[in-house]
Ligand binder design. Structure first.
Ligand code: FES
Length: 549
């Protein structure tokens, strides 16, 4: 019975009348529109406007929209501790917030508008929990900036820090780049975490192909948002719930998309978390197996080439990627897409721009090997993630230089104390130990900027920005805070990373490790009470997606 017709819900009616609802509004299906708008970042700055257009589409299709928004945290604005510790934590808070609103209001259908990195998996996790007919609207990429005659993104900004340290740029040039790198609203402008996860939403079937690709400030976005409102009503009519969309085959296709588009290592965490929320079994090694088989077919920064997300949209977008992957038999076609199309129809609808240089074929890819690899070994018995970034397989053997704080490591790099061959071990940065598993952006950017990106390895139980590249291994599990082997490493120990063998070994005799283990003590963390304390107490291993539920 609708609120309008239930005699006992008169108090609820009074609040709805207060918001301008009519009884007719109350009798229609109510579609929740969750945006992750905040005025604290460019990434999600368009969400309120998009939500208004989605609402129009819902109304036009016979529903009543109800808007709300959540928090969101940008890694670029919160790089300084403790800000960076909040980013992955925000994924859980956003998912919980949307779930709570869904349970509170009992929406008939939901649209979630997502953009910045964590907001995409968070929205999907919430939808999996609520399991009402749902659509994801990815708000879209930022345009690239222009500086000295070339396209630039936030990646150039981070690497410029290292270039300043070695004197290739001065402070005035760095500041000038900062004024030009990010020209307006939208998510970081190449295949970093947000755009990687936008693609995941498409390939999972929850977001209609062709909408997420449209840049945040492009004129076409608002009309696409209106259409999303209509699709939500269609999904309601077809009962297209996440439990029918988020299947093992859809998850497989999403992993393929991450590999084929040279996606961010953060996708590993998020895919594991989404699988868990959807009740699907996914082992971290399965992601590695797909990435071993699927080449990078898009020439996007930072792994496939020098193109930006804008270039991908102009070339034909993610639908064109679907066409290429289908031609090579790499996608599973028995999936449900929220707009009712099949993958074959998406591929047929793709508008390839003649002469485009951004999307290649699987037979002649940009890089023969995927974006990342999953390693195991004595240093990471439960697994870790190597950001291969489309590079050839490599073997790196070198002495450990151990840091228990990101700040000490940053100072060592900028002082020139890290030399080619070294293996930086940066620990106590895991989900519980950080807490919050912060990104090592302030480490990888300067390493690359100083020209050490391919001669120094970095191993951490923290994680990386989608912008990061170099010989970087993250998500080491078990993490140091829980006494994993990474906690036992000492300066000068030999570490061997072998990407072809998918191994990472700490070359120290077991008897010696036993002695170190016996004397190891978990360090005290200076965490104020509140959300980080709750997070530390509940978060699981990175190898399981670092979820709190
Ligand atoms: Fe928000 Fe990159 S920091 S998308």
């Amino acid at each position: 019975m609708s609120i309008a017709d239930d005699p006992d819900r008169a108090p609820a009616r009074s609040h709805l009348y207060a918001m301008g609802w009519s009884e007719e509004d109350m009798r229609r299906p109510v579609v929740g529109i969750a945006s992750t708008w905040t005025g604290t970042m460019p990434c999600n700055l368009t969400h309120r406007e998009l939500a208004a257009h989605v609402a129009e589409g819902v109304r036009a299709a016979g529903g009543t929209p109800m808007e709300f928004n959540t928090i969101a945290v940008s890694d670029n604005l919160t790089m300084h501790t403790p800000g960076m510790r909040t980013s992955l934590v925000s994924r859980e808070v956003i998912a919980d917030s949307i779930e709570l609103m869904g349970r509170a209001h009992g929406f008939d259908a939901l649209v979630v508008i997502v953009g910045c990195d964590k907001t995409v998996p968070a929205g999907i996790m919430a939808l999996a929990r609520l399991d009402v007919p749902s659509v994801v609207l990815y708000s879209g990429t930022m345009m690239p900036g222009r500086w000295r005659g070339r396209d630039v993104t936030i990646q150039d900004m981070w690497e410029a820090l290292g270039e300043r340290a070695v004197g290739r740029l001065d402070q005035a040039e760095l500041d000038d780049l900062a004024r030009h790198a990010c020209p307006g609203a939208g998510t970081c402008a190449a295949q970093y975490t947000a755009n990687t996860m936008g693609g995941v939403a498409d390939f999972l079937g929850l977001a209609p192909f062709g909408v997420g690709d449209i840049p945040a400030v492009a004129e076409e976005k608002n009309a696409a948002a209106r259409r999303i409102g209509e699709i939500a009503m269609e999904a309601l009519a077809r009962d297209a719930r996440p439990s029918r969309v988020l299947t093992e085959d859809a998850l497989h296709n999403a992993i393929v998309s991450v590999a084929a588009m040279g996606g961010s290592t953060n996708a590993v965490l998020h895919l594991l978390a989404i699988a868990r929320e959807a009740g699907l079994s996914l082992r971290i090694d399965e992601i590695g197996e797909v990435c071993r088989q699927v080449p990078i077919i898009t020439g996007l920064k930072p792994s496939g080439g020098e193109h930006t997300a804008l270039d991908l949209w102009r070339a034909g977008g993610t639908s064109l990627v679907v066409r290429r992957l289908l031609e090579a038999g790499l996608l599973r076609e028995n999936v449900t897409l929220v707009d009712g199309r099949t993958l074959a129809e998406v591929a047929a609808d793709a508008q390839e721009t003649p002469g485009q240089q951004v999307v290649a074929s699987v037979a002649e890819p940009f890089k023969p090997r995927g974006a990342l690899a999953i390693l195991r070994g004595s240093l990471a018995p439960d697994g870790c993630v190597l950001k291969l970034g489309g590079k050839d397989d490599f073997r790196h053997e070198g002495p450990a230089k151990v840091f228990d704080s990101e700040k000490d490591c940053y100072v060592a790099i900028q002082d020139g104390r890290i030399v080619p061959g070294d293996v930086i071990v940066l620990r106590y940065e895991g989900p519980a130990g950080g807490p919050g598993m912060q990104e090592m952006l302030s480490i990888t950017g300067p390493l690359v900027g100083r020209g050490l990106g391919s001669s120094v390895a970095l191993v951490t139980d923290g994680r990386f920005s989608g912008v990061s590249h170099g010989r970087v291994v993250g998500h080491v599990a078990p993490e140091a805070y829980h006494g994993g082997p990474i906690a036992l490493v000492r300066d000068g120990d030999t570490i061997v990373i072998d990407s072809a063998a998918a191994t990472i070994e700490l070359v120290v005799p077991e008897e010696e490790l036993e002695l170190r283990r016996a004397s190891w003590q978990r360090p005290e963390r200076e965490v104020e009470r509140g959300v980080l304390t709750k997070y530390m107490a509940t978060v699981g291993s990175a190898s399981d997606g670092a979820v709190t539920a």
